[in-house]
Design a protein around this ligand. Sequence first.
Ligand SMILES: Nc1ncnc2c1ncn2[C@@H]1O[C@H](COP(=O)(O)OP(=O)(O)O)[C@@H](O)[C@H]1O
Ligand SMILES: [Mg+2]
Length: 237
Amino acid sequence: MMLLEGRNLRKTYRLSRRISLEVLRGVDVDIKAGEMVAIMGPSGSGKSTLMHILGLLHAPDANDGPAPELKFEGANVTRLSDGKRTKLRAHKMGFVFQSFNLVPTLSALENVTLAAEYGGMKSSAARRAALETLSWVGLDHRAKHRPMELSGGEQQRAALARALVNAPTLLLADEPTGNLDSSRSAEVLALLRRLNSERGQTTLLVTHDPAVAASTDRVIRMTDGLVDAEPQLALAA
Ligand SMILES: Nc1ncnc2c1ncn2[C@@H]1O[C@H](COP(=O)(O)OP(=O)(O)O)[C@@H](O)[C@H]1O
Ligand SMILES: [Mg+2]
């Protein structure tokens, strides 16, 4: 089943009256349920912008060109209201960012519990789910620590727990290991891999690391706001 289908996705930023920057120039993407897909490409090629559109954080531009279309679980989500978009995100999507983005004044447990409450759980169930998810990422013994009392790798595992606590249909991770040293990176990636192979977690991951990309099912390469054409198979005559 196709989980996510994007067509004609474009984004232009207007920098001044005369200068605009075409960051996405008409991208088509399909993600199947259960797939683990890497997006690779040079810095500035539009990877994060694409990720934000696919994750319903931003809307694609609707003017100048063929109409954009985004389908999630078969339903058209191109023009949802802000409220519906937020709700869909809270229930169905999990995000992990390079910079962790944990709430600094809350413990790891409170950060994850809050996300579970946003996802619709009552506080006691949310807390239980948070503890269980923290334990899955190997962080139960650090549950009461605030982000500044955790290492980078631990913060990212807490952020991963936060992304996973609502059992998202789609996990989006934008350079999740970009701020980690190589052994911490390996831990986080092993968790993502396991999540995909054991639980069938559909995962879209931006990475610079060819080794990471190689361990995914498929790589989408981007250059300058476009997805690179797939290499064509040479047909034997
Ligand atoms: N809000 C914004 N306003 C103006 N330019 C932006 C904005 N967000 C991103 N850009 C620019 O768009 C380009 C692509 O950004 P991004 O999608 O973050 O690329 P990547 O993730 O591949 O490095 C970059 O040149 C970036 O500076
Ligand atoms: Mg980026």
